[in-house]
Design a protein around this ligand. Sequence first.
Ligand code: GN1
Ligand code: MG
Length: 355
Amino acid sequence: MFDDILINFGLNVSEYHIRPFGSGLINYTYKISGANHSYILQQINVAVFKRPDHIDSNLVLIKEYFDKHNPGYLFVAPLKNQKGKSIIQAADGKFYRLFPFIEGSHTVNFLQDTKEAYSAAVQFGRFTRLLNHFDISKLEYTLTDFHNLKLRVAQFEQALKTAEPRKLEQAAKEVKAADDHINILHTYNLFTTNNEIPLRVIHHDTKINNVLFDKDQNALCIVDLDTVMPGYYLSDVGDMMRTYLSPANEEEKDLDKIIIRTDFFRAIYKGYMSEMSNILTETEKQYFTFSGKLMIYMQGLRFLTDFLNNDIYYGTQYEGHNLIRAKNQFKLLEGYINAEPVFAEIIAGVDKELL
Ligand code: GN1
Ligand code: MG
């Protein structure tokens, strides 16, 4: 398997051990381990990413920018093969890229320490800060309307029309929760039409397993760059809120385990702002806490929509998996909203410290 791809990069497959790697829900990822060097091979899911060449051109441009302006920055771009191409269509017709494996790095699926949250938030903030003068008009939208809540709500409403009655019954509580929080869409519509909220270079998938850590739990760099494209900073901060605050993640079935760790909120705020406070406009800053509501709500809707659509998007392991994920996200949303007064105090406290 993969012989034809590895040959393209001058590698002899017999010298490597290949095994599936990571816990992404979209692309297929393998670790290619060798005596001296190891690599990550990834097959792009073209059902999701219809234009793999767009992912590639974005990463090539950003890599060139970093090479010129911030040569020390660890940007894990796909490697170029012997023909100078960083994306290849293999004999099986599928698209692959090869990345260097960052030695000594590992990923985590759960955060145990606020230090990890702080360090990851610094990395995502730094990425957007370093690209503050990058011309975003050069970037392609690798997924159009990816974090467009208006569209996600419309997709949900469409799914309600076509879902099997049995599924609608099973999801009645979550459908109601989606409705109860529709004010999140109204706020979203306000900031997307506010011209003091600019588009920036945004990662769009800041969950913790997209960060590489060293053995001391310092974040080394960010990975999973397929959704790097123009967007709002709320996407990155909000998805950190969604995935770092609770000790149990989106897969957890026991909803009592979904709680909000406000000290992790503080770590995200401090970490992200240590890079971005001089870059963000005052208007953008006002939406910092809203970002979590936006992203948790959107993910709840996306899982719920996929459940109603018979699991056509997210990989699932059991019947009802996407409904469990949706329940989980709506529980998280409740907890988040209840903690908002505490978040406001934290922001005020940190701002004072930084003055
Ligand atoms: C997907 O590929 P992965 O697992 O990192 C999804 C994200 C969701 C996430 C939920 C392209 O990310 O938007 O937040 O699952 N990526 C895409 O776990 O849809
Ligand atoms: Mg990932």
